[in-house]
Design a protein around this ligand. Structure first.
Ligand code: ZN
Length: 159
């Protein structure tokens, strides 16, 4: 069976940046399963998967625009420490705050005196991504999986 819209595809993958550093990998864990054609993986990788089959392995480098998007400077905002509801803001903390398109998750990227810097960009935005992928499973999605918008276990059982 070929990878096509509404197939459940299972992949082993390793994601690296242009410096060759591993950002994410399925090694040592279960393969990642997703429903193809529904935007569950980044667009550049999804496009590269179409028409492939079990046993295929490939490497692809995709630009940020086909990955997690370009960085949006409007999503970098300043706040005051007193705006964190009594909590002490620390670099790396994730908080919910109002962005240009409504409430969303921001990461605190800087705390300097009275100025806290928040970044609402995806951590991988603005970055070319290289995926090493091995396809280990392709099957038709069940109606229930399509309805739920996610892959279930090996045999399409609900969870
Ligand atoms: Zn479900």
């Amino acid at each position: 069976m070929q990878v096509a819209r509404h197939t459940v595809v299972s992949i082993d993958y390793t994601l690296t940046n242009d410096e060759g550093e591993v950002i994410d990998t399925s090694k040592g864990a279960e393969p990642l399963s997703y429903i193809h054609g529904t935007g569950q993986i980044v667009p550049g990788l999804e496009a590269a998967m179409t028409g492939r089959g079990v046993g295929d392995s490939f490497r692809i480098r995709i630009e940020a625009s086909e990955g997690y998007g370009e960085r949006d400077p409007d999503l970098v905002q300043a706040a005051k420490p007193s705006q964190f509801g009594g909590e002490t803001p620390e670099v790396g903390m994730q908080v919910r705050a109002d962005g240009p398109d409504g409430a969303q998750i921001f990461t605190i990227v800087g705390v300097e005196g009275d100025r806290v810097t928040l970044d609402g960009n995806h951590p991988l935005a603005g970055m070319p991504l290289t995926f090493d992928v091995a396809i280990v499973g392709v099957r038709a999605a069940t109606a229930q999986e399509v309805q739920h918008g996610h892959a279930h276990g090996d045999h399409g059982k609900d969870h």
